[in-house]
Design a protein around this ligand. Structure first.
Ligand code: 5AD
Ligand code: SF4
Length: 441
């Protein structure tokens, strides 16, 4: 048996989206197989990796700062290897080595090369792997998952949509999907290991396709693995969300009634400039179909404030669309120009203070809407899967409804993964509070 003490230790910090969280588990799977042990403690590490995000400038700035701090704090460890993974590695390549003197830079499709690049780095040479692939899905890699009841599974990679603001098609490359059989077999193993919830991940899961099966086929196959397993997915592009998919979500009780459906803007003129390929009318009609076929469904969205050429009228259309849909939640951002994207050439003509004001209006409207939607839950009972202690008090547990709402309630004999019915008696815009009724299983 290998001596655990002698294995090199790798520490990873993950930034950005859920795809990155899933990728970190794949990276740890690769590293673990090559003789490295994951460590949660940076001071113990022989290798420090940052899995990074490029989606907005602010995300990149945070990483630059963090790299500066790490390099400074670790200056007394000459043998330490520091590496950058993910979208920033892909976008900035060798300039990261010039600027931060990191040892390795590895983009999202080259993680299989990590052991080799690290070996070189430990021997003192720098390494770069930033080729994008049309086929890499890490289908055969067993992700290294931390304990828990909820697992991420990436089912497709890349994006072919080319929204004009977005760097992802350039940092993560073309769309490609894993086979349905490999996803289903991973889910079967997770169930055996005790996982109670899976989230199928992709930049644009609705365009999943393995040559014979589409995303609706994949979802129903995963739902059938175990009727008690909660199945979630993200992210959906409105253009590819088919009627067949809506029907599938409605059919299986364990497919969560929650859809994250980024709209980005409520104005046709901005949607066109963003190359979103749908109009406000198409989007609202889709929302109507979803709501009528999946009773009680929760919807969330992404919104960008201050895209180039956005007028006050465009902004008001975004606000009115938000009211019309009545989103349960939203992720809201100021437009951030990304070099290399088509929108970059449009300039960044909405002044910073206007962007800030519009974003604030969007945020406060969403808080009001979320509060109203949650208020309608008071007096009702919902089924909650326990995540663990609540953030604010050990005497409270926190869990989520199948519509992905956080519910906080008093601790009893319940443990992570248990499903319990909770009577909702009070709400805020972000959380439901209540009392458990009885344990389901
Ligand atoms: N500026 C601001 N927000 C962006 N997003 C993607 N690119 C940008 C950008 N350049 C947002 C979109 C997307 C979410 C993941 O991030 O809303 O849906
Ligand atoms: Fe970016 Fe658009 Fe692809 Fe989403 S669908 S990753 S916003 S290009």
């Amino acid at each position: 048996m290998e001596d655990e003490e002698n294995r090199m230790k790798v520490y990873i910090e993950t930034y950005g989206c859920q795809m990155n969280l899933a990728d970190t588990e794949i990276v740890l799977g690769i590293m673990n197989k090559s003789g490295y042990s994951p460590t949660p403690t940076i001071d113990d590490a022989d290798v420090i990796l940052l899995n990074t995000c490029s989606v907005r400038e602010h995300a990149e700035e945070k990483i630059h700062q963090r790299l500066g701090v790490i390099k400074k704090q670790m200056s007394d460890k000459p043998d330490l290897v520091v590496g950058v993974l993910g979208c920033m590695a892909e976008r900035l390549r060798s300039s990261l080595i010039d600027r931060h003197k990191v040892d390795i830079v590895v983009g999202p499709d080259e993680y299989r090369k990590l052991p080799e690049l690290l070996e070189g780095a430990l021997a003192g040479s720098q390494g770069i792997g930033v080729r994008l692939s049309r086929t890499e899905t890490y289908d055969d890699i067993a992700p290294f998952r931390t304990e828990g009841v909820s697992a991420w599974i990436s089912v497709m990679r890349g994006c072919d949509k080319f929204c004009t603001f977005c760097i992802v098609p350039f940092t993560r490359g073309r769309e490609r999907s894993r086979t349905l059989a490999s996803v289903v077999s991973e889910v079967e193993q997770l169930v055996v290991q005790g996982f109670r919830e899976v989230t199928l991940l992709g930049q644009n899961v609705n365009s999943y396709g393995d040559g014979g099966n589409d995303f609706a086929d994949l979802l129903s196959a995963v739902a059938r693995v175990d009727s008690r397993l909660r199945v979630r997915f993200t992210t959906s592009h409105p253009q590819d969300l088919s009627d067949k998919l809506i029907e599938t979500i409605a059919t299986y009780d364990n497919l969560c009634k929650y859809i994250h459906l980024p709209v980005q803007s409520g104005s046709d003129h901005i949607l066109e400039a963003m190359n979103r390929t749908y109009t406000r009318g198409h989007y609202l009609a889709l929302v109507d179909r979803i709501k009528s076929q999946i009773p009680g469904v929760a919807l969330s969205t992404d919104i960008i404030a201050g895209f180039p050429t956005e007028t006050e009228e465009d902004h008001r259309e975004t606000l009115s669309l938000m009211e019309e849909v009545g989103y349960d939640g939203a992720y809201m951002f100021k437009y951030s120009p990304r070099e290399g994207t088509p929108a970059f050439r449009l300039g960044d003509d909405v002044p910073e203070e206007v962007k800030t004001r519009r974003l604030n209006e969007i945020i406060s409207l969403q808080q009001k809407i979320s509060y109203e939607v949650n208020q309608s839950m008071v007096g009702k009972t919902c089924e909650v899967m326990v995540d663990g202690p609540s953030r604010k008090s050990d005497l409270q547990l926190s869990g989520r409804t199948d519509t992905n709402k956080t519910v906080v309630f008093p601790t009893g004999t319940l443990k992570q993964g248990d499903v319990v019915r909770v009577n909702i008696n009070r709400v805020s815009s972000a959380t439901l509070f209540g009392d458990p009724v009885y344990k389901l299983d």
